[in-house]
Write a protein that binds this ligand. Structure first.
Ligand SMILES: O=C(CO)COP(=O)(O)O
Length: 252
């Protein structure tokens, strides 16, 4: 049984005060939900304040990025241990915005993933193809490379602390969600890749989230798919009511 995960990636949005307002609104709306792992990812500067606000809730805290080195002359960077110190249990890596805007490679994402796992954090590992890659028939090759290179040298045991997020780049922030069938096809393929890289049990137990224009009105169909174990939500996670509805998927 894979426990569903609904994660909100707030990206570069919200002051500390606005972040606190959002979690204060969210907490009572999802207080009864126990069967879903709920995660929110504010900006770095709001992490510690949000962690304190979440202490009496089951909602978990993620960072949106990290740097793989533990300390040293890396101006402007934040290590996994410092994220843990700020109250994070999770960290997102490999988001397409970081791959595209900041030139992050699979090798760098692999270094971050390894470092986070060593520090005892849960990793939300993002992959996904662009529209051009999909339309030119490269989607499966792209996903395969991202999985193989990004998860290189990890053990099956480490995979217990890793969640994959499939986010087709063409569906992010565009309002164009992948159809249920398109998403399921990619998720089933990714599960097959995990079996090839690790073993059958790892493939069967790893949660694979879908991300890209997830909204209250499309989450139920996505979550009804066999290989979709949760969602990574951008825009709709910035409104407490919308995010709470997504957390309560399938309950109309
Ligand atoms: O990138 C995303 C989550 O990481 C998805 O963003 P949107 O839900 O705004 O499309």
């Amino acid at each position: 049984m894979r426990r569903p995960v609904i994660a909100g990636n707030w990206k570069l949005n919200k002051t500390i005060g606005e972040s606190l307002d959002l979690v204060r609104s969210l907490k009572p709306l999802v207080a009864e939900v126990t069967e879903v792992e709920i995660v929110v990812a504010p900006v770095y500067t709001a992490l510690a304040a949000v962690a304190a606000e979440l202490a009496d809730s089951g909602i978990r805290l993620a960072a949106q990025n990290c740097y793989p080195e533990p300390s040293g002359a890396f101006t402007g960077e934040v290590s996994p241990a410092l994220l843990k110190d700020a109250g994070c249990s999770h960290c997102i890596v490999g988001h397409s915005e970081r791959r595209q805007l900041f030139g992050e490679t699979d090798a760098f994402i692999n270094a971050k993933t390894t470092s986070l796992l060593r520090a005892g954090l849960q990793v939300i590992f993002c992959i996904g193809e662009t529209l051009e890659e999909r339309e030119s028939g490269q989607m499966f090759d792209v996903l395969s490379t991202q999985v193989r290179e990004g998860l290189k040298d990890l053990t099956a045991q480490q995979m217990n602390n890793l969640i994959v997020a499939y986010e087709p780049v063409w569906a992010i922030g565009t309002g164009k969600t992948a159809s249920n069938e398109q998403a399921e096809e990619a998720h089933a393929f990714i599960r097959g890749l995990l079996q090839g890289c690790f073993d059958q049990e790892t493939a069967a137990t790893t949660r694979i989230l879908y991300g890209g224009s997830v909204k209250p009105d499309n989450v139920d169909g996505l979550m009804a798919q066999d290989d979709i174990d949760g969602t990574l939500v951008g825009g709709a996670s910035l409104k407490a009511e919308d995010f709470a509805r997504i957390v309560k998927f399938g309950k109309g």
